[in-house]
Design a binder for this molecule. Sequence first.
Ligand code: GLA
Length: 397
Amino acid sequence: MPDLAARFAEIFGPSADLRTVRAPGRVNLIGEHTDYNDGLVMPMALARAVRIALLPQEEPAVRLWSEQFAERAEFALGEAPGDETPHWLRYPMAVAAVLAEEGLALGGFRGVVDGDVPVGAGLSSSAACEVASALALLVSARPEIPPGPAASAAEAHGLTGERLARLCQAAEHRVGVRCGIMDQFISVHGRAGHAVMLDCRDLSHRSVPLPAGEAAVVVIDSGVQRKLTAGAYNERRSQCEDGAARLAEFDPAVESLRDVSRDLFEAHADALPTTVRRRCRHVVTENARVLESVEALEAGDLARFGRLVSASHDSLRDDYEVSGPELDLLVTIAREVDGVLGSRLTGAGFGGCTVSLVRPDAVDSLRNAVMARYQAETGLQPRLWTSPAADGAGVET
Ligand code: GLA
């Protein structure tokens, strides 16, 4: 990323009082399409992030230069987006609206926003943008907020980190997707060297150490831009709600698929329409896989964790039907490499990335295998990188 302070000086003029905020993207290790079913997820924050260098200003307006989109745009606090509003600006606008409705005092600012979370790759660049925007607005209102984690900046405004994540999720709902809480939560609460097991029902969470010396987390971008995601995503969500409502007829304690045990599901699976039955089977078994994964990681059993990761992919492919030929090919190539413990699509699916758990000395073999086969078979250029688990968002300076 270029030096944001230097870019700020070029665009808005130099200032000695610049602040910078940062919010990471994420990769989900396991627990996919469970968050909006009150279920369990286990993401980690990436070293890749959205950053904003900003100068608070008196005027209640936000003037932004987006380095990634090479575009300047602005909005007044309180203004609703119009037809002309660039898509990238809709996120900070929605965040400002949601925070204002929460009763927070917000400050205007001038800022340069940039990020190295690839957009549209399923690594939550939008959640990172929302959380970074929220921090920029909070810091602008109270420039006395010192550098520190996002939760501390939230506390200066009487919010918890969890609430901040919820508000950013609400902003995402306004822009398009009825997402769950996972992406915004991990962007706020990531912890270096750890995955976070989050219970999306009550937001209780626990850090699970990732033994980086024994397994690398490798992210491979399929190069397939996620298309039609919002429609297919929202449809999956409705199918899950339908399944939960049907199963509640057999057990009134069922409020969401989180309440459906394997036994309950198996006893009444026949009463569900075929597609709904498959969607429910994915969610019920995926929640169980997350719990087993925590056990496996805490016992140092990476081979078992890897098998669960791979089983998650098969379930997403066959039952949830959110994979595609390119993601399946990346997973197949990875699984044939010695030292790859498990591989799956990550995020919503329909394109985007896979995540693989790989013995450190096998990362090069995986890279070579992907480079040799993937482009030849798909004509697409894959991108591959390893990432340590990073800390969550914060005010940097
Ligand atoms: C997207 C959503 C998340 C989650 C995943 C699927 O990333 O934003 O809330 O539902 O898809 O697990």
